[in-house]
Ligand binder design. Sequence first.
Ligand SMILES: C[S@@+](CC[C@H](N)C(=O)[O-])C[C@H]1O[C@@H](n2cnc3c(N)ncnc32)[C@H](O)[C@@H]1O
Length: 280
Amino acid sequence: MRKVMAKNSYQTEWNGINLLEIAKDKATLNKNGLPNSLFYKKFYNKLKEKSFNVNDEWKNLKRNTSTMLESIINDVANELNIEAKKLSIISIGCGLGIVELPFIEKGYNITLHEIQSESLDFIKEKVKQRNLNIRTIEGNITDLMIMEKYDIVYLGFIEYTFTQKKEYQKFLSSLYNLLNTNGYLISIESTPDFTKKNLKNYVGDFLRIIGLKRKHPKDAIYWGVLRTLDEKIFFWKKSGFTLKEYGIIDANFLNILYRSKDLNNKIQTNNSIGFLIGKK
Ligand SMILES: C[S@@+](CC[C@H](N)C(=O)[O-])C[C@H]1O[C@@H](n2cnc3c(N)ncnc32)[C@H](O)[C@@H]1O
């Protein structure tokens, strides 16, 4: 695999919500300049004001993610020789819970975790409309004492928020403790591996290194750090996980492009999504 480095991630707006405007209030950023829980609270409140109107493209991507995740969970169920719906699953940092909704509808044993109650309100309402039940856990995952153990922990676009190596390690250790023996950790997140850089990006990076350009672009907020698959594997193993599989999913979440065995010397694509499956 091409050797690349973790990449800072920046964002300007999301579904018509101006993130810079929220970040104008410095109390919404933590000491590393990253959105804190107040930021997410304000963000989800703005989404609420817009009646949670999000664009169809995003909804389609989330729908595709559910299908892809279900196939990964079925593979795990086959390996564990257990019916998929009997596995106890927890989704950490579920956001609006759009990915998880089909699992609730199909009767999977899934718990939804989020740091923000405002986003959980959305999924709670959706589930209520369908006369279904939902189990939720609120709070910062690294501070919570959860007694229950799970067969599968799912992470969808959340690891980037742990920018410091120590924090990321602490996060992974808390997930390790959440799992039953032989439990699985599944992660899906953008990765800089295979993300094409153009000349402008290279020049920008160079100017930033020699101090002639601002460290962070001024038209966006610092959103987190995207790690390469190699870096994640390093931290996952350090936290006790055995890597079962990893690779690249296409940008529309429709299929797995490359599995670990055929990752070498692959042509670069744009907006790569990485996946990892680890075992306790
Ligand atoms: C990009 S969203 C991903 C949401 C969802 N998993 C998905 O794939 O659509 C990141 C989520 O992580 C949550 N989050 C941020 N920091 C967190 C923390 N320390 N513990 C738990 N959740 C956190 C945010 O509230 C946000 O909902």
